[in-house]
Write a protein that binds this ligand. Structure first.
Ligand code: 6SY
Ligand code: ZN
Ligand code: ZN
Length: 241
């Protein structure tokens, strides 16, 4: 599988797009999150919504779901079909009621599954999304009372939803065979709702070796060379996993 971060920025970043990814496995294309900036970022990448097989959602913040209205409308009115939506079952109703309903409702089109081919997922279970592409959702802490799910792909690649620092989880995953971790990182301390760089730097070198930082702010250039053994994911670069 290959991953390209169409954006690597924090919710407030202006130099970087929202932290959303394009995963490719054979001919299968999966969007991981679809934030406000995603429609333009995908366009700039030379891919149309019609060429996306499915979108997978981590949690309900605009930098992760704010592009879904355009996705739904483009697919309905431009391409005449529903996009496939993988989402943890606990998030489907809140996504509709609290985020999408206002913009999408018109007449009898008044439910999430009128616009999306919804595939509810249960966290902790492994699903085959396409041949050679499996995912397990892991519930991780972000905002109190707001469900958020990180992704374990093919048992070897861990992609964090926005999450607070959890060194024990990272250590356990690496010990269980995870080779690559893409981790959201707030550059400034304290982290509060994200892991911050200072917290991630407390990890032992053998864990840091596996970590790539994403979801960073506009001050990234001031932090190059200060991320220990952790590398930085560059927006737009395609990596083989
Ligand atoms: O209790 C809170 C809730 C939110 N926020 C900010 O709003 C942003 C929403 O998107 P995000 O989850 O990528 O990042 C969040 C933070 O930057 C915060 O600092 N404290
Ligand atoms: Zn975010
Ligand atoms: Zn968030």
């Amino acid at each position: 599988m290959y991953i390209t971060m169409l954006g690597t920025g924090s919710a407030f970043a202006k130099r970087y797009n929202n932290n959303n990814a394009l995963i490719e496995s054979g001919n299968y294309r999966l969007l991981v999150d679809c934030g406000i900036t995603l429609p333009k970022a995908l366009h700039d990448h030379g891919v149309t919504f019609a060429e996306i097989d499915a979108v997978l959602i981590s949690h309900i913040h605009a930098d992760h779901v704010g592009g879904l209205e355009e996705l739904a409308f483009q697919m309905m009115f431009k391409y005449g079909r529903k996009p496939r939506l993988f989402i943890e079952e606990s998030l489907a109703q809140p996504l509709w009621e609290h985020t999408l309903r206002g913009g999408l409702v018109q007449g009898e089109l008044n439910a999430l599954d009128h616009f999306f081919e919804v595939r509810p997922l249960t966290h902790g279970q492994t699903y085959e999304l396409a041949p050679g592409l499996h995912v397990k959702l892991i519930k991780t802490e972000h905002i109190p009372g707001k469900d958020s799910y990180s992704f374990l792909f093919n048992e070897t690649f861990f992609y964090t939803a926005d999450m607070v620092f959890n060194g024990e989880l990272l250590t356990n995953l690496v010990q269980a065979g995870v080779t690559t971790v893409y981790h959201d990182c707030q550059l400034e301390s304290p982290g509060v709702v994200h892991a911050c760089l200072d917290e991630l730097l407390t990890l032992p070198r053998e864990i840091q070796d596996h970590i790539y930082l994403m979801h960073y702010g506009d001050a990234l250039e001031d932090y190059r060379g200060k991320t220990g053994a952790m590398r930085i994911v560059e927006q737009g670069e395609k990596h083989k996993l």
